[in-house]
Design a binder for this molecule. Sequence first.
Ligand code: SF4
Length: 382
Amino acid sequence: MNEMIRNMSQAQNPSLPVSPQHDPWDPIHLLRTFGRHVLTSVELTVTNQCNMRCEHCAVGDSLNISDPSKIDVNKILCKLDEVEHLQTISITGGEPSYNQETLIHYIMPILRYAKQRGVRTQLNSNLTLNLSRYEMMIPFLDVMHISFNYLNSDDFHEVGFVNHSGSVSKLVAAKLYEQMISNAVQLSSSGMKISAESMINYRTHRKLAEIHQIIVQMGCFRHEVHPMYPSSFAQNLPELTLDDFMQAIHRLLDTRHPDIWLLFGTLPVFWCSSSESELMLLKRLRETPNVTVRNDPDGRSRLNVDIFTGDIRVTDFAKVPPLGNIMKDGLDDVFARWMDHPLKQTVSCYCPEAGCCGPNFLVKDMYYQEIDFQSRKASVLK
Ligand code: SF4
């Protein structure tokens, strides 16, 4: 490990809280520092089990009722330790806390390691299980990330169990919904930072403002908003037009609570657009306090590792075949190979003045298949 460089990258977030001014998951910071993308973020898929089957689940096809055996946790920690500029670890599933053994023998050691190294952590959860499973993470976890797309337990029942093979009654779903809300309120008041993510899709685009109010009431420190893209379970859901997305965002901005951080990600509008309405929206987002637009870390500063097979991928949901395996490859080496990959080149653009480093693959596929982003430039910012 090159201590000097490691220290330099850590110095960007010594003990600053994760905030609109300091979002270590945005790849733009290290791109500005080094003039190239570097691997700062590793996502670990620790389970394929989940008690829900949400209609928008990006990894829905890989969910299963049991998990195969995992790679030794010490091997995983060694591979993380080799990543020179590691700044964030995201733990994902399935529901990572579903299995107590995974929680105790994988998640907690990884969180302890990250805390000791000064690396920020996020866990993606549905927060519907017993409170005690989440409480033990409070001293170690930086961000508890949940999905929240509901106004009531009926919405939760419709969205959360539509792909469930057995029938889950409204009553059972309502109990889980109440558990999730109560967990969020109690964990927030105990100091856990909860970021609730809503997708802009055919169900939510007209009710985001009301969803936002519930998220505020749960005590979340952040509301994350992403358009839904057709991946896995979401593949056959009705798509929204760009105009629908933009109207939904404007309506949310009109009524949002000013004290809660509103983070937009994977947005399908860019500063190189010639559309007045798209540029107006970006300008509004940039000028509204406590609102940020994050560049997508997937494939820019982050790789995904499956802890069962050791496979290293661009993301947990991308159709790109594995780029390597932790049993034989270093993560930094795999990342360097990925930077030269022809597919990566199709979204490799960077406009420093706009703080933008291009679309992700889903966005390009859905709206910009014919567009060569490398020949575009951000408009002059006013
Ligand atoms: S970085 Fe790419 S997507 Fe972003 S404004 Fe520039 S050309 Fe457009």
